[in-house]
Design a protein around this ligand. Structure first.
Ligand code: SF4
Length: 335
């Protein structure tokens, strides 16, 4: 997916009061795309009534809304705060997508047009909690969203004047060219999520190819961005050791030396929600079944995860192969 073009746009009342709202409404009107007025981006009855089998059709739609809750949540992983930011949901369709557990079939892309309010709150929080890292991409993929809204470019420019805090975001997309020449101030970390191409092809529908993600990461690094790499989510499908071995060999071959010597890899094993599984069975009946009864067990809140001993054995394999292919890289964590 290079640029997402929706087949239909739902617009919450009040969006036209915001500059970005007016710009997007005009853009899609000019393109002849159907615009449908709605009262509330959280309650679109005609979409809620659609069967699970329509999941991929719903992903073709775009919803414009106004984000009401701007509360930052404390976090203790790679950031200090999780920030509800300019979008939720996504136009891609990864079979394990964690957002589906939250939004169910309404995991389509929603863009919130009141970005100035979100940025003001971010800047106030940066002043209040100096040195903090704010995760702005936990509800969406901001590189993909940027192709619709330009919000990531806008964010990087707006935040470049902040010298006492950082932003971080993960992505599975390669459309970063518009970010490269921005005066970014060095306070944004873009973490590329990598997986073997076989997994991308069979599981991460609509996302960028592995080669393109690696190329994008190299470009970001060369443009002075702080970069990171997630090997995530690790999916222990048949032949996973060979697939991940090829991935690490490719990373060693293609990633710039500066990335390999400085990166702290985040390795995250997949967990799989029962809600997501139910939707996948209806929407993608011929796709890979990610639930393996032999190696997975319930890990709380309607999710399956790999069993402890399975994960431990696999973790050993990953540590060993990473050391072999990228001896200077470190592993930030494996979960
Ligand atoms: S790219 Fe991220 S947000 Fe989009 S479907 Fe995949 S996992 Fe979900």
């Amino acid at each position: 997916m290079r640029h997402f073009v929706p087949s239909r746009v739902y617009v919450e009342k009040g969006c036209e009061s915001y500059k970005l709202g007016r710009t997007l409404i005009q853009k899609y009107t000019d393109m002849g795309i159907d615009i449908i007025d709605i009262d509330n981006h959280n309650k679109i009855p005609e979409l809620r009534e659609r069967p699970d089998a329509d999941f991929s059709k719903l992903k073709d739609y775009l919803v414009l809304g106004i984000r009401k809750s701007l509360t930052h949540q404390k976090n203790n992983k790679t950031s200090d705060f999780l920030v509800p930011y300019t979008s939720s949901g996504c136009a891609a369709m990864c079979l394990y997508c964690y957002l589906v557990c939250t939004y169910y079939t309404s995991a389509y892309l929603r863009i919130f047009v009141n970005r100035e309010e979100m940025m003001s709150k971010l800047k106030r929080a940066a002043d209040k909690y100096p040195g903090s890292v704010f995760e702005i991409g936990s509800n969406s993929d901001l590189v993909l969203e940027n192709t619709v809204s330009g919000n990531l470019e806008w964010t990087i420019l707006q935040f470049s004047e902040v010298d006492n805090a950082r932003l971080t975001l993960p992505t599975k997309f390669s459309m970063v060219d518009s970010l490269l020449n921005l005066p970014h101030g060095g306070n944004v970390t873009i973490r590329m999520s990598l997986n073997p191409q076989e997994i991308i092809s069979h599981v991460e529908f609509g996302t960028s190819k592995l080669d393109d993600r690696i190329e994008a990461l190299n470009k970001l690094y060369a443009a002075g961005y702080d970069t990171g790499i997630l090997v995530a989510p690790i999916i222990m499908a048949d032949g996973y050791r060979q697939m991940y071995e090829r991935l690490f060999a490719k990373m060693a071959d293609k990633l710039l030396p500066g990335i390999q010597s400085s990166v702290a890899l985040e390795l995250i094993f997949m967990t799989y929600g029962t809600v997501t599984q139910n939707i996948n069975e209806q929407a993608f009946p011929n796709a890979w079944n990610l639930h393996d009864k032999e190696t997975m067990a319930f890990c709380g809140r309607s999710r399956y995860g790999y069993k402890k001993d399975t994960k431990e054995q696999a973790s050993e394999f990953f540590r060993d192969r990473i050391k072999h292919y990228m001896p200077e890289a470190t592993i930030a964590y494996i979960v």
